[in-house]
Write a protein that binds this ligand. Sequence first.
Ligand code: F6P
Length: 526
Amino acid sequence: MAHSIAPLETLAEWQSFCQQAKLAEVNPKRLRLFPAASLTIDLSGQRYSTALQDAANQLLQARNLHQWQQQLLGGEPVNTTENRAAWHTMLRAPAPIAEVVKERERMNAFIRHADATRRWRHIVHIGIGGSDWGVRLTVNAFGYTKLWRNVRFVANIDGHAIASGTADLNPHDTLIVIASKSFSTAETLLNAQRAIEWLQSAGVSDPYSQIVAITANTEAAQAFGVPNTQIFKLWDWVGGRFSVWSAVSLTTALAVNSDVIAGMHAGAAAMDQHFEEAPWENNAPIQMALAGLINRSIFGYGSLNIAPYDARLSDLVPYLQQLEMESLGKSVDLEGNPVTVPTGPAVWGMPGTDAQHTFFQWLHQGSDGAPVDFIVCQGADHDWLEHHQCLLANCLAQREAMLVGKNYEQALNECLRQGHDPDTAAWLAKHRVHQGGRPNTLIVLPRLSPYTLGALLALYEHKIAVQARIWGINPFDQWGVEYGKNLATGIINEFKNPAQDSHQRHTPDASTQHWIETFKRVGKGA
Ligand code: F6P
């Protein structure tokens, strides 16, 4: 796979795109809806003009998007720094390759047997990052119904996580799920060790019979003691943050049901088809990608806010944080040259309406603000109509305030109507102006179902991939997380060998050195 790519700023098509973006406006009177895989993506709140779309088409052409899409969806090694494919779409394809079918059948057989024997009242899911967020998201999105199994999630290496993750459970009816693509993540292995000891200390005669592993490193799982029949395969062409489509979701299938997995696959596959077939002008992921590029690289917004107006989707925010920021948090292109425009934004957020009482003041009247992706379900899965009407109204109202704003004259009249004297009204009105024209996207799901959630996650995956292609960066590696891990290993060794002369630590970093010396005394009555 060639990793040659022209620096973005050298492309005339990029310069033209930037010019047109600066001339385009957010026009509240214009409706721009993009139906895709049962979702409706409303980009009316983003900058647009026909000239901008023309410039975008030229830019996408200059980046060989069609060809790159085929390589991505065809399982070619688009992850050039690891020489791997990024073939998560194959996991949800209507006709997967044989090894995917085989592992899925093995997983389903395990689930059927567990259900038939009513085993595993409790599940302790041990994993972190992509081996955790997707499962939390799906269990919490769909598990609010009566579950006869309950799930505890253990990700953090902090001992409190495994302690609370196993507290008060019946060890004899608990399944430990170790989810780790590498089977070398320190947090996961240490927590898994504690879980084994917890089973043993409770008198479980064969603790490894109560362990399953989902990994690409089957040898390491075998060495850990997991029986072969309880190891479910991942592949190296599935990135950790894209693994929710794999057997990593075994916990969801056990805790909710296997239909959730099948439904998510179907929705994601429908979005994959839309992404592959829809013309660029009607292509929801591509249009979202363009809007994100404009907001980030041309108008300089440093972050993207995710506002899911659904209490069941609180885990969507960290899920998308990892998906977006571990993919787009790069600043050199495929050739290793610095990218000279801002790349991936910080992603943050919280479900609405909670977010309105937390940081929407900043979004409305802060000096910077941030583009907002509002996500809402048209239909509710509860019977309280008034609640849902209020939820929908708040979502639309917040969007409108960001889109349309409130000018000084409107604010002044408002203050006068409220009885303020003219001088006070003239002063107070200045504090009530809303700039407006703050970009936002609205994504409407008919209702929250495995299908619509699958389509939503695939929508973001493809949006991110297109943005990376235009920036010229690799969205599928994550070298930035390795350095910190290596430094931590060295510090842990210093803690474990306090007598070891720390001159081996060649660092000008006085602070770290001070705290290593201080923390060495932890546990020694310090
Ligand atoms: O954060 C780095 C990372 O490698 C993620 O990409 C991954 O999801 C997580 O750590 C866990 O990795 P593993 O599944 O190999 O334990």
